[in-house]
Design a protein. Structure first.
Length: 132
C-alpha cells in the first residue's frame, strides 16, 4: 500500500501576530526501509510536504490536492526548514490549525519491495515559532 503522514499544529495563539521565525523540524528517530528517496524507476522520489487544510481527517484527504511546502530529496532526520511565510499567512488568516500531509512523489516503483520512511517512538515533527 501507499502511505501518507498527516500532522496538525494548533496555531490559535499566533493569530494576527508578527512572526520572527517559524521552522518545521524533523527530530530524532526516523527509519528508512528500502530506497524511497531514489528517483524512478527504483525509488519513489522526493518526500513532498504539503499544506492541506483537512479539518477532521477523512478518507478523501488521502489524495486531495495540497499546496507544496517542501520537497525533500533525502532523509529529513534532524533537519530544520524555514516556513515562516506559510505560517505567517495562516496566522494572518486567523487559522486555528496548520495542517500538513507528507507523501512521496511516486506511489510505487512496482518492484514489490517496501520503500518507506517511519517515525520511531523518539522521532517527531515539530513546529518551532517565535513571535512578538
Amino acid at each position: 500500500g501507499t502511505f501518507r503522514t498527516f500532522v496538525s499544529f494548533d496555531i490559535r495563539d499566533i493569530a494576527l501576530k508578527t512572526l520572527d521565525s517559524a521552522r518545521l523540524e524533523f527530530n530524532g528517530g526516523i527509519t528508512i526501509e528500502g530506497n524511497p528517496f531514489a528517483t524512478s524507476p527504483t525509488g519513489l522520489g522526493p518526500l513532498q510536504v504539503e499544506v492541506l487544510d483537512y479539518g477532521t481527517l477523512e478518507g478523501p484527504d488521502y489524495d486531495a490536492p495540497g499546496n507544496q511546502l517542501l520537497s525533500l530529496s533525502s532523509n529529513p532526520r534532524d533537519t530544520q526548514h524555514d516556513i515562516r511565510s506559510s505560517i505567517q499567512s495562516a496566522a494572518n488568516a486567523s487559522k486555528a490549525r496548520f495542517q500538513l500531509r507528507l507523501r512521496f512523489s511516486g506511489e510505487t516503483n512496482s518492484n514489490n519491495a517496501i520503500d518507506r520512511l517511519s517515525w520511531l517512538n523518539n522521532g517527531n515533527i515539530c513546529l518551532a515559532i517565535t513571535f512578538h
